[in-house]
Design a protein around this ligand. Sequence first.
Ligand code: NAP
Length: 294
Amino acid sequence: MSAADAFEAQTLCIIGTGLIGGSLALALKQNGYAGRIIGAGRTEQTLIDAKRLGVVDDYSTDMAAAVKDADIIFISVPLGAIKPVLQSIQPAVRADAVITDAGSAKQSVIDDVREVFGDGFAQFVPGHPIAGTENSGVRAAFAELYQNRRVILTPEPYTSEQAIDQVTTMWRLAGAQVSCMSAEHHDKVLAGTSHLPHMLAFALVDCLNNLEDIDEIFQYAAGGFRDFTRIASSDPVMWRDICLHNSAPIIEMIERYQNELEGIRQALQGQDGETLKQIFERAKQARDAFTGKT
Ligand code: NAP
């Protein structure tokens, strides 16, 4: 039996059936997953909705009961809730079960798992799907979310190869491309490409919102403002947790960005059009290359 065939017969427990967990379940089902999917979480109504929407086959608000038969446990709750979830399920997790997660910062989750399951716990595969929207909750979930998107796994040297294979198989069936890197590298890269942009969007909208005549300002906001600030509609609790759990790399990126802005401020003050043009040209070239325009 191939790894994919073996995976498709397994029981998957998803703790946190929101956008990320719900979309994984829908993607797997759409792509032929025949195993049982059990939802778990703190709010019964969320789980009722998940069952009604065909996201899960069964559910329980008792997380320990929900994981006891699971071959794979996928944790997709906000980062601040991961340790309490691990504490609730730890006595009930089967010795051969694989645990993985979707947390947007990785070192903090690895530390949580170490505290709850002990040093060298081989059955945990840290993961992060680089996919999402500004919407949350199970009603925002959709089967195509992971199609051709990347998932980063950040295994430790002691992580079981078999567990990594199982999690890789799961994500590939959901349509994603899987790559591996260290948790430290992941946290630095994502601080720049995801966490800082969210901070900037939240800060810009908050800054404008504190101005007088705010209604008029938003009335004249054009497409660029909408594009730039779309992610400021993201869930505040999730983003509070991401900031608190990846604070050092985010602070480093904020300081770099402050330096960049200071350069622009000084160029403006000195009416230095050449410096401004050089900065904008460098940025345009880099973005065009990244989006494949050049
Ligand atoms: P979401 O749509 O808000 O779903 C979160 C789920 O967790 C909901 O089912 C929620 O249920 C449950 N939950 C919230 N707080 C909980 C708690 N204290 N204890 C137990 N369950 C709790 O969020 P999401 O976008 O799926 O994000 C989930 C995880 O994926 C986060 O760690 C996030 O960092 C990561 N992630 C998000 C994105 C993204 O773009 N959204 C991308 C990649 C990774 P209730 O109904 O009880 O609130």
